[in-house]
Structures are given as C-alpha cells and as structure tokens.
Design a protein around this ligand. Structure first.
Ligand SMILES: Cc1cc2nc3c(=O)[nH]c(=O)nc-3n(C[C@H](O)[C@H](O)[C@H](O)COP(=O)(O)OP(=O)(O)OC[C@H]3O[C@@H](n4cnc5c(N)ncnc54)[C@H](O)[C@@H]3O)c2cc1C
Length: 489
C-alpha cells in the first residue's frame, strides 16, 4: 500500500483522504492553516455561532455515500441533518413575496400561481422538467465519471443538454444559449426571471453568460432538498475530519506545501515551506493551482449579525431579498462597475438554539455574491462598511426592525476567503456545467505529472460542497483502480 500526500484539508481533500485510507493507503494531509474544513469555517463570539462558508447542503447523498463507504456510522448518525422547509422565501422590489416549500413540485406551482399569477407555476414547472432532462442526460459524464484532458471527451460536454420547449407542431425550437435567454423566452415574468437567475448568481455564475444547463441548479434544490446541519454546516467538516482521523489519516497543520517533488518523471513527494521533503507515491492537491491562468471568480460578502430579541415564531430559514436593479448588480459583480449598488441579499435565520446564547437573542447571517478581491479592494474599510450597511438595509424586508436589534456585526469579504482558502481573489468556484462550449468545465482530476491528482472546487466537477465530495470519490477511484476507473456510482 502506498504513502499518499494530500495538500490542504478542504472538503474535497478530506473526502479523498478518508476513502484512500479505507483502501489501505497511508495518508497524510498537509494543511497550511491551523484547522480543517477550508472555506467551511465557523465564527463564534458571546454565545453566537455562524458559518463562514456554505449555509445549507444540497445533494446530501454524496456525503451519505462517503460515510457509508468509510465507516460504520452513517452521515445521519454522525451529525444532525434536517430539511429546511420552506426551502426559501423570495421578496421582490415590487412587493411580491412567496415562500417555496421544500422538495414539493406541486407546492411550488401553487405558491407561484398565487403570488405571481395563474400560469406562472406551470411555466416554472415546465422549465424545471426540461432541466431534469438536462440533468439526466449529463449527470454521469459531468459529475460521476472522471473527465480527462482529451478534447474529444470534453467536446461531448461542450454541447448544452437543455432541451428547447416543444411547440404545438412537430418541431422543437432551437435551444437558447444562455440562462438569461431561457428566462426571457420561457418564464416571461421579471420575478420568475429573478428567481431563476438568483440560483446562478448564488453560485457565482453570470446568468447573461451561463449556459442554459444552469437550470439544473434550481432543479437540484427543488428535487433533492435543502439541508441544515445542527450547530451549522461547519459540523459537516468536523464530522468528516473525525472520520478521517478514525481511519488513521494523519493531519499536519501549519504545513504549507510549496511544490511537488518529481523523480523519474512522476510524483515522489511534496516539499514544505520549511524546506523539508515528505516522500509519497501519490500527491493529491485540494489547493487552488497557483499556476492557473483562469481569472478569479466572484466571491461572497457575508455579514454576521448578533441580534437582541428572540427569533420570531414561523421565521423562514432562508429568505432571498432580490436586488432592486438586476443590471446594476450584474455589472457590479461581473463587469467591474464598482460596489455602489444594492445586491441580492440572502438572509439566513436558522431555528437552532445552539447558535445563539439564549432564546432572547438571534444569530442572523446575510450573504451576497460579489466581485473578487483585487477587482474591488475588499480591505478598504469604508467600502466594506458601506456595502454591509446596504445589505442590512435590504435585509430589513426579511427581518423587520433589524437595524434596531443589532448588538454587533462582523463582516467577511473575499479578501478573508483568499486568506483562508488560498483561492485567487477569494473566488468561490461554481459547479461544473455542460454547454457553453466547454467553458464551464474544470481541469481533469489526473494531473499532467503522473502520480498527481486534483480534488476540490478547482478540479472536476467544480465547486460546492456536494461537488467537492464527488471529486474526492473520483480521485480515490483513480488511485485505487487506476486510470481505467470510470466512476463507481
Ligand atoms: C464564503 C463561502 C461561501 C460558500 N457558499 C457555498 C454554498 O452556498 N454552497 C456550496 O455548495 N458551496 C459554497 N462554498 C464553496 C464550498 O465551501 C467549497 O467549494 C467546498 O467546501 C470545497 O472546498 P475545497 O475542497 O475546494 O477546499 P477549500 O475550502 O478551497 O480549502 C482549501 C484548503 O487548502 C489549503 N491550502 C491551500 N493551499 C495550500 C498549500 N499550498 N499547502 C497546504 N494547504 C493549502 C487551504 O488553507 C484550505 O484549507 C462557499 C465557500 C465560501 C468560502
């Protein structure tokens, strides 16, 4: 059995490490920071607890599989997992408001018909049905199988699988190229457009350029649900770390890897910042590739609010307060047009006593997708304070009286994410998508140097908790079964 060096203790890296250890390998994780989890962090003060990364989990099946394959206790036995219902409320600048039930197609149709008008639910539902066709057509090659660097293999995923709606006659119209075009042609209502586009934006994707196949993002949420981990999503990182330790994965914190050692044309170990060399037969990197030429991706601006006054009965876990001007927001996030706009703000109000000091207080988190650090100087205190102020003002729509309840607030920007994960500009990678001429695919899990592998958000199949877990399964399969591995699910 081989010695394997894993770079970084992010979720993708830990998912690979646990699986490789179970296969009998000797696995060491070298993490430059002082804790595991990467972007899945926790901030706690005065009895208030906040997630610094993802706030909800989608596709829990990926982690169920990981826990089943790496030990006795299932995911559900390892942490408290509950579905969030309603999945989310949406508030629009014109006063329209609706809440969408979790994983209930019929309930969603009803809610949209009532709030937006008769027929709205059916138009949305038809779109989600087509998204399911796109999902079914590409799920395996896009997410569950390794993707080589071979242009021919990639070309198969460069075509958009999102089908054009059928017309009354025999012919399908040509499929629209972008998510924005899908919205305009098939939803025909600015609120439904905002609903669809908010899913893309939440993943850092520009709806004006994202392929039509990005419709799978709301399909996934609506079909497989939105899940909360008791105590916060950081609990998932803790559980995975515990699982790794139980499988004898060794963690070295404060250990930055500065290079891969090559011998006879293949990986032979890693070099650490202190100059020492650690031998390994395989090197798995869960760190962003410093040599990547890809421009930084959008990041997240997050405001943690410690509030006096208890959580209102019936408060919704997640509320999306849509931006007053879509064009100004997209220009700000993607076109370097500054920060002087009101973003789409997602407000999280978990009904969880363990994240607040007592029932007379509430922990609330606001997030927005923003331009990466560098395009905006997110270390400029005035810019940061003004942006946080605007988010608070917008969030009043979801939490009336919010400003008067704030005990203190703490802000995290893409500059902080860059520090914690090493991602250029603090960008958060989106999940891989087919279509868009292959521009939304990620580098192969097998590195150019034999014996090296990429895992986590910057490798196939891209970013997000679930996708990082999938990449861990792919890399473990490639190492254990060899280059012929075609996916195990
Ligand atoms: C603010 C924020 C919000 C997010 N929101 C969502 C969301 O809503 N939904 C969702 O699904 N996903 C979300 N994500 C993304 C999700 O958290 C990640 O895609 C997922 O956790 C996978 O991370 P990863 O495996 O790529 O590792 P990362 O989290 O990127 O961690 C990389 C690790 O590698 C370490 N490292 C880097 N370089 C080196 C080196 N040279 N040597 C040693 N160690 C190194 C870093 O210190 C870090 O610990 C969010 C992320 C952030 C930051």
């Amino acid at each position: 059995m081989a010695r394997i060096a894993v770079i970084g203790a992010g979720m993708g890296a830990m998912a690979a490490a646990a699986r490789l250890a179970v296969a009998g390998h000797t696995v060491t994780v070298y993490e430059r920071g002082e804790t595991h989890g990467g972007g899945v962090g926790r901030f706690a003060r005065d009895g208030f607890v906040f997630d610094t990364g993802p706030q909800l989990l989608h596709l829990p099946a990926v982690y169920r599989d990981l826990f089943v394959k790496t030990g006795k206790e299932s995911l559900e036995q390892s942490l408290g997992l509950t579905q969030v219902d309603p999945a989310g409320a949406h508030l629009f600048p014109d006063g329209t408001a609706f809440a969408l039930p979790n994983a209930s197609r019929a309930g969603v149709v009803r809610a949209l018909d009532e709030a937006v008008g008769p027929g709205a639910g059916e138009r949305w539902s038809d779109l989600v049905n087509r998204a399911r066709e796109a999902w079914d057509a590409t799920r395996r090659p896009l997410l569950e199988e390794p993707l080589s660097a071979d242009p021919a293999e990639r070309a198969a995923l460069a075509r958009d699988p999102y089908p054009a709606p059928r017309r009354r006659g025999l012919f399908r119209r040509s499929a629209p190229a972008t998510l924005a075009a899908v919205a305009e042609r098939e939803l025909r209502d600015p609120r439904l457009t905002a609903l669809l586009e908010s899913h893309a934006l939440a993943h850092g994707l520009d709806p004006r350029t994202a392929p039509a196949s990005a419709t799978v993002l709301p399909y996934l949420e609506q079909t497989f649900g939105s899940w909360y981990v008791a105590g916060g999503l950081r609990g998932l990182a803790d559980a995975l770390h515990r699982r790794c330790v139980a499988r004898r994965v060794e963690f070295r914190f404060g250990a930055e890897v500065t290079g891969v050692v090559e011998e006879d044309g293949r990986a032979a170990g890693v070099r650490l910042a202190d100059g020492t060399v650690e031998e390994a037969a395989f090197v798995v990197s869960g760190a962003p590739d410093p040599a990547s030429a890809a421009p930084p991706r959008p990041g997240r601006f997050t405001v943690f609010l410690a509030l006096r006054g208890g959580r209102a009965a019936g408060a919704v876990h997640r509320t999306v307060v849509h931006a007053p001007s879509r064009d100004r927001e997209l220009a700000g996030v993607f076109d370097a047009a500054g920060t002087d706009y009101v973003p789409t703000v997602t407000v999280y109000r978990p009904d969880d006593p363990s994240v607040r000091p007592d029932d007379d207080h509430e922990a609330v988190t606001l997030t927005a997708t923003v331009a990466p650090h560098g395009r905006v100087d997110w270390t400029d205190g005035e810019v940061v304070a003004a942006f946080a102020d605007r988010m608070l003002l917008a969030a009043e729509a979801a939490v009336p009286g919010l400003a008067g309840r704030v005990l203190w607030r703490e802000v995290r920007t893409p500059a902080d994410t860059e520090r914690v994960t090493g991602a250029p500009g603090g960008g958060v990678p989106a999940p891989a998508l087919s279509g868009g001429e292959g521009a939304f695919l990620f580098p192969s899990n097998s590195g150019e140097m034999p014996g090296t592998y990429g895992v986590g958000g910057f490798a196939h199949p891209g970013g997000g908790l679930a996708h990082a877990g999938m990449s861990g399964a792919l890399v473990a399969g490639l190492i254990v079964e060899g280059a012929g591995f075609r996916g195990s699910q």
